[in-house]
Design a protein around this ligand. Structure first.
Ligand SMILES: Nc1nc2c(c(=O)[nH]1)N[C@H]1C(S)=C(S)[C@@H](COP(=O)(O)O)O[C@H]1N2
Ligand SMILES: [Mo]
Length: 406
């Protein structure tokens, strides 16, 4: 990841191998000069992402999937969205990487090496849904500032790591513990080492859940750099911003964690509904916890065509934060009537669930297939945009695809 500031003669020949051609006057490159080919690396190659992923921002890198790319039951790296608030750490010294647990509510701070974490504690693997709180932001009106995510800022990979609870037990926490907050190695956009781009967390009930992991593997391999290598907090079902990447420290706080992006409009929504565009008092804003019920049709791709008289097989995933999805339905008449889909149980708690249906159409023409999930509490996805909030969080409106029957 580190930009080359200069090219030694030996480096030059390896560069030639990478780009597949000679830098003709390479030997004349002035010292300290960085060739353009290193300055704007192709993010798809850099992060091993599929070319169909959509880049929303390059400083910092933010990239989302499209619905049809999320068809796999377990999201592979190439289709996983990237959401960075700052700059990816430039140098990662895995051999000396440590995790410190400190804060007002630990008996004494303790530091673990990666090797200690892996050998001292039992490891667990869970498939965990992590969705950016701002997924769907692009639809809000008046528009909300920030990355204009459409539907692709969600993933459900398999994470392996140790339970945060086991580590906290080993450290010893006091009865003052209220919240945990993470601290990570990424740099603030200003490059000021004294500033953190983001430092969020979760209340103890979430921190102590079985599935809340300090992960060191994703889909059976080292966590990819963009997703938090070598260590990451993973808290499925909550806004993905709780899942701190490049994890170095967890503070056990005696109050609600107050790191950057815990206050103001960041990851907070009006506690009660407000009119679009309304100014909301700070005291009337609540921290987002469990994410709302939502679903995605991942097959076919929107715009598919089928022959009249044949059935269309649709499939996708549904998830509901801390809850299970109890019911899944589809509509081909803009929500006037709903038919049921088959929905599977999750692989484990906090994993998304797969649904499918065989859809019949009455005659030729243009249709939209809408999908609607209902959680165990009986709450369904809204057909159109849900409650407006200043930063455009929690858009869980029904996903829809266009179909032409010919
Ligand atoms: N250290 C660190 N952790 C972070 C972030 C970040 O910028 N820095 N972004 C958060 C946000 S807002 C989201 S949505 C998820 C994105 O996870 P991903 O890039 O692995 O998909 O990481 C979270 N963890
Ligand atoms: Mo996010």
């Amino acid at each position: 990841m580190k930009r080359r500031d200069f090219l030694s003669r030996t480096a030059l020949s390896s560069v030639t191998t990478i780009i597949g051609t000679d830098i003709v006057f390479g030997a004349l490159i002035p010292k300290g000069y960085s060739p353009l080919l290193f300055q704007d690396p192709d993010p798809f190659t850099l992060f091993k992402k599929d070319k169909a992923m959509v880049v929303l921002n390059d400083k910092p890198w933010n990239m989302e999937a499209q619905a049809h790319l999320l068809d796999d039951e377990i999201t592979p790296n190439k289709y996983m969205f990237i959401r960075n608030n700052g700059l990816i750490p430039e140098e990662i010294d895995v051999a000396n990487w440590t995790l410190t647990i400190d804060g007002e509510a630990v008996k004494a701070a303790k530091t673990y090496s990666l090797a200690e974490l892996k050998s001292k504690f039992r490891s667990y693997t869970y498939q965990l849904t992590i969705e950016c709180g701002g997924n769907g932001r692009s639809e809000f009106d008046p528009p909300a500032k920030g990355n204009q995510w459409t539907i692709g800022a969600v993933s459900c990979a398999e994470w392996t790591g140790v339970r945060l609870r086991d580590v906290l037990e080993d450290v010893g926490i006091t009865d003052k513990a209220v919240y945990i907050g993470y601290h990570a190695a990424d740099l603030h956009l200003s490059r000021d080492p004294g500033k953190e781009p983001i430092s969020r967390g979760a209340p103890m009930v979430k921190a102590l859940q079985d599935e809340t992991l300090i992960a060191y593997k994703m889909n059976g391999e080292d966590i990819p750099l963009a997703h938090g290598y070598p260590l990451r907090l993973v808290a499925g079902g909550w806004p993905a911003s709780v899942s701190g990447k490049w994890l170095q420290k967890i503070s056990v706080r005696d109050r609600i964690h107050d790191g950057p992006k815990m206050t103001g409009d960041a990851y907070r929504v009006p506690c009660n509904p407000v009119a679009p565009g309304e100014k909301v008092d700070d005291k009337d804003m609540c921290i987002i916890e469990s994410m709302p019920v939502k679903s995605l049709i991942t097959h076919p791709k929107t715009g598919a065509m089928i022959k009249n008289g044949t059935k269309l097989n649709i499939r996708g995933h549904a998830w509901a934060g801390e809850q299970e999805v109890a019911k899944m339905e589809y509509s081909i008449d803009f929500g006037a009537s709903w038919q049921s889909c088959e929905i599977k149980k999750p692989k484990n708690r906090l994993a998304w669930q797969h649904f499918s249906a065989a859809v019949s159409f009455p005659k030729k023409g243009y249709y939209e297939v809408w999908a609607r999930a209902t959680d165990a509490d009986g709450t369904s996805q809204p057909m159109l945009l849900p409650g407006w909030n200043p930063k455009g969080y929690l858009n869980n409106a029904c996903h829809r695809i266009a179909i032409k029957v010919t």
